[in-house]
Structures are given as structure tokens and as C-alpha cells.
Design a protein. Structure first.
Length: 94
């Protein structure tokens, strides 16, 4: 009796790798676009302040700074956690 070993074909691992690479590229592009939009928005606000004759943007209060920190931490955790969860789910279901 000659039995064939059960192996996944090469194409299966190549597809899995391509899917993970596509996920990584999509996440990277999203982060780059978000940072780009943030920088463009800040530049636009600065130009508006200068055009209106105001030398500097108003100083942010300590409450605003605390809220900014909280928002940055939340978004930072989401940007890191969501891709990790997606990759883990993908790996577990394969």
C-alpha cells in the first residue's frame, strides 16, 4: 500500500504569505495617509492663522493637552492592536 503524505501544496503557503503581505501593506499605507492628512491639516491651520494676522496659535490648556494625550494613546493602541488581532485570527483559522 503506497500512501501519499498529506501536505499542503506550495500554492497554499504562497497565497497565505501574499494575504499577510497585502494586509501589512494596507495597514502601512493607511498609517502613512493618516499622518499625511494630519500634517496637511496642521499646515493649513497655521497658514490661516498667519493670513488672519495672528502670529501664533493660541496656547493649549492643560485639559486640552491631557485630552490630546488620551486620544493619541487610544489611537496608537488601536493602530497596533487591530492588525495584531487580524493576523492572529487569520493564523488561527488557517
Amino acid at each position: 500500500m503506497h500512501s501519499q503524505p498529506s501536505q499542503r501544496p506550495f500554492g497554499g503557503t504562497a497565497i497565505n504569505t501574499l494575504i499577510l503581505l497585502a494586509l501589512a501593506v494596507a495597514i502601512l499605507v493607511s498609517v502613512v495617509l493618516l499622518i499625511g492628512q494630519l500634517l496637511v491639516r496642521r499646515q493649513r491651520e497655521k497658514e490661516l492663522w498667519e493670513r488672519d494676522g495672528r502670529p501664533d496659535a493660541p496656547e493649549r490648556t492643560s485639559d486640552q493637552k491631557a485630552q490630546d494625550r488620551k486620544t493619541a494613546i487610544t489611537w496608537g493602541c488601536l493602530i497596533v492592536a487591530v492588525p495584531i488581532v487580524l493576523v492572529l485570527l487569520y493564523t488561527i483559522t488557517r
